[in-house]
Every structure is written in C-alpha cells, then in structure tokens.
Design a binder for this molecule. Structure first.
Ligand code: G3P
Length: 217
C-alpha cells in the first residue's frame, strides 16, 4: 500500500519524506487555503521535495476551464497529478488530460457507480472520501470494498486512493480491503507507529541495559 500525505504544509511534507514514509502528496483548495500560500509556489516546492505524484486540484467546474487550469498546473512539474471533481465535465476533462499524458486523480467520490465512471474515463486514481461518508452516517470502508470488487471484476487499472482518512483504524481497514493508496493527514500518519506496549517495552529494555553497565561499540 502506498502512503500519500494529505496536506500542503511543506515542513510536514519535508519531515515525513525524510522519514521515508511518503509515496506522494494530495492537496485540495481547502488545504491550499490553510497553507496561506499561492498554489503555484507551494505546489512547486512540494514537487521538489517528493518524487511521487503530487495532486493539485482544478477550481474551474466547466470542461474548458478545467483544461486550461490543468495545463497551467501541469507546467509546475512532471510529477503533478491533476485533480478533477467527479462531475460529467470532470470526467470529460479526465479523459482529455489522460490523453495528453498526465496523471489524473478524480476526487469527491461517494459511490461505487461514480468510481466505475472514473475508471472508464481512464483515471489514474479515484478518491473515495471515507471520513465524510462516515460523518454522513454511512460506511466509508464499505465503499472502498465495493470499488475494489468492481475494479477487480473488470481489471481496471485505476488505483483506489482512500481519502478523507480520520483515524489510524481507517488506514488499517483500507489496507485490509486492498486500497492501493491511503492519503493521510500528517498527524495520523505519524500516529501509525505508536503502541503503548512498544513504549513500555523500550522503557524496560533501557532500564535493564543501564543496570548491566554495558556499552555497545
Ligand atoms: O483531499 C481530500 C480529502 O482527503 C479530504 O479530507 O478530512 O477534508 O474530509 P477531509
């Protein structure tokens, strides 16, 4: 399973990349707003840090507007993945951007049929929003499972990118079902390493080692 980080915070991205945890980055208009920076500038900086796909989202909602913005975003770096919304114009733009040789992440997916349409439009990634589905009283992980089955039935190559992840349990469940990628907020990504018994065990080993009076090397 690949890990992307869901943020436009360059300091967090740099730290996670240096830890070797990152296969890519996803951003969206809300995350760009939160960064307080211009989209072109911050996205270029992220692309310089991370070698894998960096999703940058269009803001236009009509086909020609999306294509114009996609071409502008694509000029930022070779590893830009254009993010388009799951609408009819977004799917049309997906086909066209793919035909121009760019990666596309189709975002705001809330149903299996939407994911089927995105795969048929040649999307590189489909982004089902697990957390927002849970918030609305349904089961986000169940959607990932449905999409996995459909994509496997027809051998679609579109990668399932589990998005809107809120908990470490979401990451585990998405991995168990076979999501190809999880895009995870920085704090949740770091929290994956934690276990109280790891801390307790390490504490005990260090105490015993100190008592032994030994050193290594
Ligand atoms: O980037 C899309 C997605 O991960 C958004 O997550 O937490 O705003 O629902 P959230």
């Amino acid at each position: 399973m690949k890990f992307f980080v869901d943020t436009a915070d360059v300091a967090e991205i740099r730290e996670l990349n240096e830890l070797g945890l990152l296969d890519g980055v996803t951003t969206n208009p809300s995350l760009i707003l939160k960064s307080g920076r211009r989209i072109a500038e911050v996205t270029r900086e992220i692309c310089d840090i991370v070698a894998g796909p960096v999703s940058a989202e269009v803001a236009a909602t009509d086909y020609s507007g999306m294509m114009k913005e996609a071409r502008t975003l694509a000029m930022i770096a070779d590893n830009i993945c254009i993010k388009v919304p799951l609408t009819l114009d977004g799917l049309k733009a997906c086909r066209a951007i793919r035909a121009e040789g760019r990666m596309v992440n189709v975002t705001l997916c809330f149903s299996a049929n939407q994911a089927l349409l995105a795969a048929k439009a040649g999307a590189s990634f489909i982004s089902p929003f697990i957390g927002r589905i849970d918030d609305a009283g349904s089961d986000g992980i169940e959607l990932i499972s449905e999409i996995r089955t459909i994509y496997d039935n027809y051998d679609f190559k579109t990668e399932i990118l589990a998005a809107s992840i809120r908990t470490v349990n979401h990451v585990k469940q998405a991995a168990l079902i076979g999501a190809d990628v999880a895009t995870v907020p920085p704090a949740t990504l770091k929290a994956l390493v934690r276990h109280p018994l790891t801390d307790k065990g390490l504490e005990q080993f260090l105490a015993d080692w100190a008592k032994s009076g030994q050193t290594i090397g």
